[in-house]
Structures are given as structure tokens and as C-alpha cells.
Design a protein around this ligand. Structure first.
Ligand code: CP
Length: 309
């Protein structure tokens, strides 16, 4: 790579288009060679996931990806760690670094938790999601999944439905897809749309049918955990008019691929049948493919970090 891979991958803007192309190329290579024997690194190298918020997909796929490239995952449980005795996150990272852990994936409810980290910190950091701000590895695996759907993404359109205001996934995805040249619609009630994302190739519509006209449909979860009980109830009510039923999908002439970062509020954003075997339009359901691709994209990210030295 012309520019070295960043030591801290906290947001999409940390990456150049060359990094992104290289990550996608490597991720597809890993996918092609899935099942190849694992070459454990000797001497061993270590990573850990420091997750201060719940996760199934991100945490396990990073651990699985690490294992697949011969990197040893070390379990870290914040609730039984000294973070729970008041140790600062940065001090914990210095400690992990001294213990020989090279890469730490962090998830936190605090936006830009890394902002005041010392320059002396040696451990490499990957942002596994910070508050409402960014989730770069999710956007990258989504890009990989979109690339599997069509040969050339440039000029294609994608609608993001739902609560982009509180969605770190939407923030990373919009930045990334703009770099690739997609036309993006944010579809939902004005109250739930982040109008700061609007630009020359990002528009807003509150019309669900207009949102459905795109080449790809990307549904977001109502971020209940970031809202008060009243706000969450209002959001769920507002989203009632923006959920995709099976019947509505089947009326679409073009039956576009449907993506969702998960976890899905079944029956809110999309009908449960989209995620079940009986779903009749497999080319339209990319949600399980996103989970599958998360392993390969995260293998590519971890490899790039390892080679960063
Ligand atoms: N998409 C995503 O970040 O899922 P998890 O919260 O399960 O990691």
C-alpha cells in the first residue's frame, strides 16, 4: 500500500481509497481460500476485544477472524476487569500493551472515546462501534457484500431506511459509499434522519415508496438503547410506516437485495420471513451474507494491522 495502514482504525476517513480496495481484494481472497489450514503465528501474536456494549456479530467475528489468520484472541471481560474498579480506558490499554497484546477492538457508548488517547499508546486500535458516531468495519463488510451483488457499484443507488440520526453504521456507510460513487437516499421521518449527512449525492425522502426504488435497500434498527423510553416508543411508532413486509417486497418489480447490519427488530424493519429458509427470493436477502462476509473482511482488516508493524 502507498500509505501505511493506520495504527488506529476509528473511522472511515482514516482510510484512503487504496486501503479500501486492498481490504476488499484481501477479503475476497480469504473467502476464496476459506477452509485452508490455519498457519498459527510463531512467535504468537495476540488481540483482544474490549467491548463496553453488547455485541454478537462484531465481537465474535473479530475473534473468529483472528483465529483464522493465526492470531490468538485473548478474552477480556470489562465487567470483571479493573475498568470496573475505576481504571481509565487508556490506562487499561497501556496495561494490555505491556502484556503483549498487539490489537484491541473497542466498542463503547462514548462517541470518539479515542480522542484523548496518548500518542505513546503502542497498542493498535480498531473501533468496533462508538456511540452514535462510526462503525467502520461494518461499513466495509457491507461494501464487500454489495460488491458480490453487482460488478460495478459506481452510479448505483442505495436507500438507508430508518434512524440514521443515532446510527453509527449509517454514518460510516454513507462516508464509505460516497467514496465508491453510490447515490444514497436516507428514507424516514425527518426526526430520525441525520440531515448533516445530506450532500450532493445523499438526499432525504420521507416517502417509503420512493425509498424502495433504489438498487439496494439497507434497513437500520431503531436504536432503543440510546433513547429514553418515550423516545424509543415514538421511534418505533414512526417506523411503523417504513417497515418492509413480504407482500410489499414481492410487489417490487426489481426485487433488490435487502441488507441490515443486525440485530433485526423482527417485524419492525423487515418481516421475519426475510431471515428464514422459507424466504422465496434468496438473491434479495443479503443479511446472512453480511454476517458470513464479516469474517473475511475482519480477517483482511486484522491482517493489514499486523503487517503495519
Ligand atoms: N452489526 C453489529 O454491530 O452487530 P452486533 O451489535 O451484534 O455486534
Amino acid at each position: 500500500m502507498a500509505n501505511p495502514f493506520p495504527r488506529m482504525l476509528t473511522k472511515i476517513d482514516d482510510l484512503s481509497i487504496v486501503h479500501i480496495e486492498e481490504l476488499c481484494r484481501t477479503a475476497f481472497e480469504f473467502k476464496q481460500n476459506a477452509g485452508a489450514p490455519i498457519q498459527f503465528l510463531n512467535p504468537p501474536r495476540f488481540m483482544t476485544c474490549l467491548f463496553l456494549e453488547n455485541s454478537t456479530r462484531t465481537k465474535l467475528s473479530f475473534e473468529r477472524a483472528a483465529h483464522s489468520i493465526g492470531l490468538t484472541p485473548i478474552q477480556f471481560n470489562p465487567s470483571t476487569s479493573s475498568l470496573n474498579k475505576g481504571e481509565e480506558l487508556e490506562e487499561t490499554l497501556f496495561t494490555l500493551s505491556q502484556q503483549g497484546i498487539e490489537i484491541c477492538i473497542i466498542r463503547s457508548s462514548e462517541n470518539e472515546y479515542w480522542k484523548h488517547f496518548s500518542k505513546d499508546l503502542k497498542i493498535k486500535v480498531i473501533n468496533g462501534g462508538d456511540g452514535t458516531n462510526e462503525h467502520p468495519s461494518q461499513a466495509l463488510l457491507d461494501l464487500m457484500t454489495l460488491m458480490e451483488c453487482t460488478e460495478n457499484l459506481e452510479g448505483k443507488s442505495l436507500t438507508i431506511f430508518g434512524d440514521s440520526a443515532h446510527s453509527r453504521v449509517a454514518h460510516s456507510l454513507v462516508k464509505l459509499l460516497r467514496m465508491i460513487g453510490l447515490q444514497i437516499k436516507l428514507c424516514g421521518p425527518l426526526e430520525l434522519v441525520d440531515m448533516e449527512l445530506i450532500s450532493d449525492n445523499v438526499i432525504h425522502t420521507d416517502n417509503f415508496d420512493e425509498g424502495l426504488e433504489s438498487d439496494f435497500l439497507y434497513f437500520l434498527r431503531v436504536q432503543g438503547e440510546r433513547l429514553s423510553v418515550d423516545q424509543a416508543e415514538q421511534s418505533f411508532q414512526m417506523m411503523n410506516n417504513y417497515g418492509l413486509s413480504l407482500e410489499r417486497y414481492e410487489k417490487l418489480f426489481h426485487r433488490p437485495p435487502v441488507l441490515h447490519p443486525g440485530p433485526v427488530n423482527l417485524g419492525v424493519e423487515i418481516h421475519k420471513d426475510f431471515l428464514r429458509k422459507k424466504f422465496k427470493h434468496p438473491a434479495g436477502q443479503m443479511i446472512h451474507r453480511q454476517v458470513e462476509n464479516s469474517i473475511y473482511m475482519r480477517m483482511a482488516i486484522l491482517s493489514a494491522m499486523l503487517h503495519r508493524g
